[in-house]
Each structure stands twice: as structure tokens, then as C-alpha cells.
Design a protein around this ligand. Sequence first.
Ligand code: BTN
Length: 265
Amino acid sequence: MNAKALQKLLAPEVAREIRHIHWHDEIDSTNQEAIRKIQSGELDRALIIADCQTHGRGRRGREWISTAAGIYMSLVWPVQGSSAELQGLSLVTALSVKSAMQESGINGLKLKWPNDVLHEGSKLAGILLELQSGSWGLCLVIGIGVNICLDQAAQDKIDRPATGINSIAGSHVDKNAIIAAMLDTLVTNVWRFEADGFGQYQEEWNRSDYFYNKSVIIHRGKSQIRGRSEGVDGSGALILQTANGLELITGGEVFPTVREIAAGS
Ligand code: BTN
């Protein structure tokens, strides 16, 4: 597959919007390449995609193992608005990945706040949004990593339960069709988000939430906060019912409580 072939698979209005597609056999990180392009003044909407990454980046400074078969791509998207408003966009990206997968016959997926895509509690896809600012304004890099086939070497390097498309749906899945479906869905949803905000996605996100109504611990830097997850509000913040009342969480990582880990193991 190459850039031209991918362009042909996209919906015409999406193909018109993503002006440049750069497809690499191997790269350090598609997000890093996107940032290099932005910093050198290339501010058009563009897609950077690679068959493998040597230094894939995950959230919270972690590595994203990218040597095995997977989808590694970053969308360059000039934006307006504050970073708080953009929080909703990271949740919208996760919803878009989930619905594109479903369209491609990969079912049973759930989301973990803010933007992990899970299958039976194991991580299938991760999303890393990075905001770049300069005299020209703001530009967002929307990085998406989807595991296709996690070999043992890759599994061994990942410290949490992870899965790949092949384990869920078999090896017949069409990677190119999934990439096109993800881009079509994502771009359409980003347009809707830009027009009307996150509120329109709140219900759908909460229906998809793996931890909805469950006890969780949120790790925020060195502190932790425990409570019952009540889904997200109209801005995409996580609503947590704690011993001291409701708290709105805008950063951190969600874990199940120890009791639930034990029950599920
Ligand atoms: C996470 O930790 O869940 C986020 C993972 C994001 C990985 C993707 S792969 C494509 C893009 N390039 C990177 O270096 N990271 C993102």
C-alpha cells in the first residue's frame, strides 16, 4: 500500500481535506515527524503513516512498541481554541477509532478514559495528541497506534494487558480498509466537534466506557484519587464520585481498584 492507493480508498471529501499523505516503511515516530513538519512551516492538513516505528511514543512518557505489525499514523490538524476545549477531541478520536473498527467487523470494543481502545480489558489502540504552538497559531498532532499482531517479543515489552486485531478478528482483516475507515470517521467527527463541541458525543462515549459505574483509582502524578466512575461530562472531563463528593478529572490515568483486578483475574 502506498499514499496514492490510500487516497483512493478515502471518502472524496476526506481525501480533499488531507492534502498530503507521507507513507514511510520505517520512521522514528510519526508524531515526531509531524512535529518536524509543523516546525519547518508545513501547516497543511497532512497524514504521516509508517509500517513500523523505531521510537514510538506513548502517553505519559512511555514507549509505544511499534516493531510488530500495527497501524502507526499521525494527522496534522491546525486548530483554534484552548487546550481545555481540545480535551474533548482526544475522546472523539478514541470514539472514531472504535466505530471504524466496528464498521470493519471488529466488535466488542470499549473505551478507557481518556482515549484507550480496549477489547475485554486489553489495550488494542492508543492515542497521543500533541499540541504545537507558534507565531502561526496552534496545530494539533493526532497520533494513533493500533496493534495488529503482537508477537511474543512485543508482548514481553508491554507492562499491561494488550491485544491485536488478529487475536480479536483473525488474520483476514484488511489493514488498508481499516486505515481508510479510521480516517473517514475521524475527519468527519473532527468537523462535527469543531462545529458543535463534545456534548453531542457524551452519551455515546459513556455507553462505550469500560469503567462506567465501576470503582477506580486515578493516578495523577504522585497522588491517587479513588471513587466510582460516572462517565464524562459535556466537556469530556471524567466524573468521579468520591468519599468527599463529585470531582471532575481532567488529567491522570484510570486503573481498576485492587478488588476488581482480583475479581477479573
Ligand atoms: C498511548 O500511550 O496509549 C498512546 C500511544 C500512541 C501511539 C501512536 S503510534 C503513532 C503515533 N506516533 C507515536 O510516536 N505515537 C503515536
